[in-house]
Design a protein around this ligand. Structure first.
Ligand code: ATP
Length: 311
């Protein structure tokens, strides 16, 4: 795509980077309106809010025969179908470039599918407003973008207008409160490129706190590939589990140990689902997942899918 090589302007590049990193910075959409790749239909209505949409299954997410390509000449996803029943977790694993993050970008409607449908609560996401889709989804990305602003602002971004008490409650639940208190100005400490630099784990906790404040019915977790130390990682996984309780969740996983309880695990390869089932069913299939599991069990450092199946 030419625009990848000849960026028109800095904002355009920034926008694309942010879109790639799956960060839900709706603000950016306002700033860069003309960069939008999808538009609301003139008759688009919002998704019904929890309680209005009608009971059980309201927040079920479905991909039905989805095909997608970023550029016409290079198909990326082929006939992808799966369902995340309301309140359940579906995990996606597979080698780098197999299309895992693309599923998340499509659910957040950064792009529209080329064929098939994605539905939330039974509505095709192309028929409802983007704002309501994005309002219903919280993302904990691999790399959280922090604004050059205070810790308070960065957490409250999850729900503009949140009170300090609510911000603090979210920070406590995300286990970042004590760290914040230890910084020179507590919640008023400046962070980001021009402020205090946070570690990968601390940034993820800020993202978890943001998401807790937003309290959306649907969650996307993009598990970090970069190694956190394992104590930190286990703690973050425990916090994520807490956040995901009763949410409809899509987890892009690199460590299989994090997803053994998932309702369904999808193994992707070159844009197709090549194996699927629960952890136990996949082990019984003795296929790619089972091989990967065996290798991750042997190794003290979790290896990435790609490294062990040699793709
Ligand atoms: P990883 O585990 O490395 O994050 P992934 O499985 O999430 O990989 P995707 O990011 O979904 O993979 O990418 C799937 C394919 O789509 C890759 O071949 C990638 O090069 C391509 N791709 C991703 N984003 C774009 C884009 N904006 N324009 C064109 N091609 C893209």
């Amino acid at each position: 795509m030419i625009q990848l090589y000849i960026p028109l302007n800095f904002l355009g590049v920034l926008y694309r980077e942010i879109k790639q990193s799956l960060t839900d910075l709706d603000k950016m959409f306002v700033l860069m309106e003309r960069e939008r790749e999808v538009e609301d239909r003139p008759d688009a209505l919002p998704l019904p809010l929890a309680g209005e949409g009608g009971g059980e299954g309201a927040w079920t997410v479905k991909f039905e025969h989805v095909d997608f390509s970023y550029e016409a000449a290079r198909p990326i996803l082929h006939d992808v179908s799966f369902e995340i029943p309301a309140g359940k977790t579906v995990a996606v694993v597979g080698p780098s470039g197999s299309g895992k993050s693309t599923l998340a970008r499509l659910l957040y409607r950064f792009y529209d599918v080329r064929a098939g449908h994605i539905t939330i609560a039974g509505r095709d996401i192309r028929d409802v407003t983007q704002a309501s889709v994005r309002h219903s989804i919280g993302i904990v990305p691999q790399d959280t973008v922090l604004f050059n602003d205070t810790v308070e602002y960065n957490i409250a971004y999850g729900r503009p207008g949140a009170t300090h008490a609510e911000v603090e409650e979210a920070a406590r639940a995300a286990r970042i409160h004590d760290f914040i208190q230890s910084t020179p100005k507590g919640y008023q400490t400046m962070v980001g490129e021009r402020g205090l630099k946070l570690s990968g784990g601390e940034k993820q906790r800020v993202a978890i706190a943001r998401t807790l404040l937003k309290n959306p019915p649907i969650m996307i977790f993009d598990e970090a590939t970069s190694a956190l130390d394992s104590a930190n990682e286990r703690a973050i996984q425990a916090e994520l589990k807490g956040v995901a309780r009763n949410k409809t969740a899509l987890v892009i996983a690199h460590r299989l140990s994090t997803i053994v309880d998932a309702h369904e695990i999808l193994v992707m390869e070159a844009g197709r689902i090549v194996e699927r089932g629960t952890h136990a069913q996949l082990l019984a299939q003795s296929g790619r997942y089972a091989a990967m599991w065996a290798l991750q069990q042997q190794s003290s450092e979790p290896e990435k899918f790609v490294d062990v199946i040699g793709l």
